[in-house]
Design a protein around this ligand. Structure first.
Ligand code: ATP
Length: 451
């Protein structure tokens, strides 16, 4: 089992992630991405966009606003029911989610469909204890809306309230007509949307796994109602293939978890999570849901606008069903980082930390390393050529062994070493991260070779 704290430490010291506003003592569970983290994030996002938007002839993309008309969230039910049931320990003042508290101590109890009163009764009548102080002394349950509120304009009155979106999906639903009209797409088709979402999570944690500000990559795929389950299966497989083939995640660390009937949202016909086996347990990465016609119908009701689709052949009006594959970008990052982290013992007894990140997402693709500072000029000219195509790093400090280790530890798949022979034969040594083997090739062939 990998040591999660060690991995987190490694990611902070190498510049993947920093605690947010650290010089002011940070802000709990807020993180910034450093020079390596931002590259990794962009690479994963680009890959997702490539697979879900560009390579899929059925889908298109949009980029919708974070601030939306607050009626959107009334229509979806977020204003009234996007709530966490909160409970406080009266003895030590720690705060918990009542459903999580029960689930952790009574794993066989199904808390998903329990009302607040039922949760409250369960806590009272059973031996539920505070995980912090061990006492059984709780307050009643309070509902807590997870949407962040803010105000538009200069007044703080209730008329000016807007919310930071808790999901990107609604930006798609409210644009359904616009996209359909402007692209003239026929069913089935999908609309993808990527961006920040905000949830005032009560129990954030596990590093970047659960934060209050995170990035989602969602696709709302519109289908004829009778075709929904066929496309539900299609997107389940598509998402799993993305993890296995594009991000090269180990198969044994992934699983589908179908939601039981009792666990399904009332409007959903089927929902499945793809989970990853983190050092802290299995955690949801991707949710794939058959949301039926719930969202479009709700928006029709609240906006009084028709969001029906007219079949070009039969002229029939229908409200499409929706299959939604929704994934958190930060969770994809955490999974890729944890999955690729390795500590190997070398022949000389030393330990090498190596991140076997898939080459497509590695923050730095090639490190250019002159053996001596006298070779810097030649090495820089190679760097300038390669960096036009690949993100490269130029590093001339420290012994070559140390420089290789540094690149291994941040997942750089290729090192290009420039030595004194390079000045005569115009060849360099390429060294490979995973098996540390080396190969000598012509400078002019590096780019083609790496392609
Ligand atoms: P969870 O059960 O973990 O709270 P959820 O079922 O509420 O997640 P969805 O609403 O289905 O999550 O959101 C889709 C995806 O967005 C999730 O699969 C996850 O990858 C990501 N996500 C949701 N909440 C967070 C968060 N607080 N921090 C980071 N990523 C998140």
């Amino acid at each position: 089992m990998k040591n999660f704290n060690k991995i987190v430490n490694h990611l902070i010291t190498t510049g993947f992630v920093y605690p947010s506003s650290e010089i002011y003592g940070g802000l709990s569970n807020s993180w910034d991405y450093g020079p390596l983290g931002v590259e990794l994030k962009q690479n994963i996002k680009k890959l997702w966009w490539q697979k879900f938007v560009h390579e899929s002839t059925l889908n298109v993309g949009i980029d919708s606003a974070i601030l939306m008309n607050p009626k959107v969230w009334e229509a979806t039910g977020h204003v009234t029911s996007f709530n966490d049931p909160l409970i406080d320990c009266k003895s030590c003042k720690m705060r918990f989610r009542a459903d999580e508290l029960i689930k952790n101590q009574f794993p066989n109890v199904n808390v998903d469909k329990m009302t607040n009163d039922e949760l409250s009764d369960f806590v009272k009548n059973n031996d539920v204890v505070c995980p912090n102080c061990g006492k059984h002394n709780f307050t009643d349950i309070r509902q807590f809306n997870m949407m962040f509120k803010t105000h538009i304009g200069v007044t703080d009155d209730s008329k000016s309230v807007v919310y930071l979106r808790p999901e990107t999906a609604q930006g798609v639903f409210v644009n359904f007509k616009n996209v359909q009209r402007t692209t003239r797409k026929k069913l089935p088709f999908g609309i993808c949307n990527v961006g920040k979402s905000f949830r005032n999570e009560i129990t954030p944690g596990n590093f970047i796994f659960r934060t209050r500000e995170f990035e989602q990559m969602e696709c709302e795929f519109f289908v004829k109602p009778e075709d929904d389950l066929k496309w539900y299966d299609y997107w389940k497989k598509y998402c799993m293939d993305f993890l296995l083939n594009e991000l090269s995640i180990l198969k044994d660390n992934l699983r589908f978890r179908d939601h039981e009937k009792e666990e399904l949202a009332f409007y959903s016909k089927a929902t499945c999570d793809i989970e990853y086996n983190f050092p802290f347990g299995w955690g949801e990465i991707w949710g794939i849901a058959d949301r039926t016609d719930y969202d479009l119908k709700k928006h029709m009701e609240y906006s009084k606008e028709s969001l029906e689709y007219v079949d070009a052949v039969t002229n029939q009006k229908i409200i499409p069903y929706v299959i939604e594959p929704s994934v958190g970008l930060d969770r994809l990052m955490l999974m890729s980082l944890v999955d690729s982290y390795d500590e190997e013992t070398l022949e000389n007894g030393e330990t090498r930390i190596v991140m076997h990140l898939d080459k497509k997402i590695a923050p730095i693709k090639i490190a250019i390393l002159p053996l001596s500072k006298q070779l810097s000029e030649k090495a820089l000219s190679i760097y300038k050529q390669l960096v036009k195509k690949y993100n490269c790093q130029f590093d001339e400090s420290g012994s070559i062994g140390k420089r290789y280790r540094r690149q291994d530890s941040i997942g750089t798949p290729f090192c290009v070493t420039v030595d004194f022979d390079t000045l005569n034969d115009d060849c360099v040594t390429i060294r490979f991260r995973d098996d540390m083997s080396q190969k000598r090739i012509k400078v002019e062939e590096i780019s083609k070779y790496i392609d």
